[in-house]
Write a protein that binds this ligand. Structure first.
Ligand SMILES: [Zn+2]
Ligand SMILES: [Zn+2]
Length: 380
């Protein structure tokens, strides 16, 4: 004969409460979500043990040395009743006959629901990302129906108690299981679990309690946002159902590229073309930035590839103080359009610097000449 007490891990003189407690603990540990399929066989033993010991009549029979399950056909109670069904009753249903019942007795469901969240996109320029911007976005949102004020009922009517469940929202039925008869509870099919029905739905919202309209919403887009940033406007989304709270509105940023400036994080980068003479002699050059005209100091003897940092002229930092920097990359421009007079001066300069070159190399044409020039300088 099976030792049901050992199966539940309890003493032979255990109280009803102790038996129930031991069974609940094991059932939770062996739940498929916890133990996986491996727990199934063990649970069947535990369930069988509880079927006997959880029933005072069967328990006393068992204590007298007779296994009541053996006489009632053993697994009889389980036939046509799967493992999952049992768990559904215990863990999902919270029905009356379950040892887990009582904790979550179901009543009619509330029609009240929070409104949905809505996502809308906003396109901004790089300059707007640098400083932040106020933007109006167009978005379709659900509003409380003005005709029925969200009640879903045609004017002059009201919800009626469901006759099928008497307003309980649930229907119960008896089912057999390993543990004997158990009461299962499910939402009332007639009223969808609400306990009430709406005999005359509002015509303006088709009984939904909400209508959709186009809204213009003002959004403060802070500095430092970038493509993919979502700004949450709490409580600005769809109206709730039946008086429920509003959902949230999310504004997702799309940042457009810029022809002059490139963004890398909080910093901006641009390229400034510097005449060869300015690079050699030193100069101050003006650049148009998002903060207006700024002056860049070109130091005497500047090489191509040098960059100048303009501190604090980058992108505003998102939710932090300060701004990134602006890096001006200097591109020293070698002239390709020298006049005869300019070429002569260059030649004189070359002579002064001891950098005379073969006549052919001074022809004012493209890259081939340039590379030969560079070669000449190297062998100087
Ligand atoms: Zn309505
Ligand atoms: Zn009902």
């Amino acid at each position: 004969m099976n030792d049901y007490y050992a199966t539940l891990g309890i003493e032979r003189n255990a109280s009803e409460t102790e038996i129930k407690k031991a069974y609940r603990k094991l059932a939770r540990e062996l739940h498929p979500d916890v133990a996986g399929p491996a727990g199934e066989e063990r649970f069947k033993e535990v369930a069988a043990a509880y079927e006997v010991l959880g029933n005072s009549e069967k328990r006393s029979q068992y204590d007298r040395g007779v296994d009541p399950r053996a006489h009632s056909g053993g697994q009889g109670g389980a036939q046509g009743f799967g493992f999952e069904d049992i768990f559904e009753q215990f863990f999902g249903g919270g029905g009356g006959g379950s040892p887990f019942g009582g904790g979550q007795q179901r009543g009619p469901a509330s029609r009240t629901q929070r409104g949905g969240d809505t996502l809308v996109q906003a396109s901004i320029s790089l300059k707007e990302a640098v400083f932040g911007v106020e933007r109006q976005v167009q978005v379709d949102l659900a509003d409380v129906c003005s005709t029925c004020s969200g009640s879903c009922c045609a004017p002059g009517t009201s919800p009626q108690q469901c006759s099928q469940c008497n307003g309980q929202g649930v229907v119960q039925r008896m089912a057999r299981s390993l543990l004997g008869n158990v009461m299962t509870t499910s939402p009332c099919p007639a009223c969808g679990g609400y306990g009430t029905t709406i005999p005359s739905p509002c015509g303006d919202c088709s009984g939904q309690g909400r209508t959709h309209t186009r809204h213009t919403v003002k959004v403060d887009i802070p500095a430092g946002v970038e493509t993919g940033t979502r700004i949450r406007l709490a409580g600005r989304g769809d109206a709730g159902v039946a008086g429920g709270p509003k959902g949230d509105l999310y504004v997702e940023i799309r940042e457009k590229g810029d022809e002059v400036f490139e963004r890398r994080g909080d910093d901006l980068h641009c390229t400034l073309e510097v005449p060869m003479t300015a690079a050699a002699l030193g100069a101050q050059m003006a650049v148009d930035t998002f903060d207006g005209e700024q002056h860049v100091d070109i130091r005497q003897g500047t090489h191509a590839g040098t960059s100048v940092k303009l501190k604090g002229l980058g992108v505003g930092k998102l939710q932090r103080a300060g701004r990134g920097d602006l890096y001006v990359h200097l591109d020293v421009h070698t002239p390709t359009d020298l006049t005869d007079e300019q070429a002569e001066l260059m030649r004189q300069l070359a002579t002064l610097r001891g950098e005379e070159l073969p006549e052919a190399n001074l022809a004012p044409i493209g890259g081939g000449v340039f590379s030969r020039l560079r070669g000449a300088f190297k062998t100087r």
